[in-house]
Unconditional design. Structure first.
Length: 95
């Protein structure tokens, strides 16, 4: 199975969406769909052999969990700069 088939099956299974929804209950996760797409984009940018190796060793979901954790909690992540940081400024009261 090649990388695109693995990622397509992962998307159809809804595993990433479930992981995001669970994380979203405990943290203020905005734009879940955008974060999900960002995770899939990161997976698609990885080499074929890397994704296939993770899949064969049943470690792909653990890798995705790590990506989600970094995206949600790291102030250096793309998600932080696109969604979390601007939302802090948008909550300031108008004076």
């Amino acid at each position: 199975m090649d990388k695109n088939e693995i990622i397509a099956r992962l998307a159809q299974s809804g595993v990433v969406r479930t992981m995001l929804e669970n994380a979203g209950r405990h943290e203020q996760v905005h734009n879940l769909q955008d974060l999900e797409q960002d995770i899939f984009l990161q997976l698609l940018q990885k080499p074929d052999e890397f994704i296939q190796s993770l899949h064969e060793k049943n470690e792909l979901q653990f890798y995705i969990a790590g990506l989600l954790r970094k995206a949600i909690f790291s102030k250096n992540s793309r998600y932080y700069y696109i969604y979390k940081k601007p939302s802090k400024y948008s909550e300031l009261p108008n004076e």
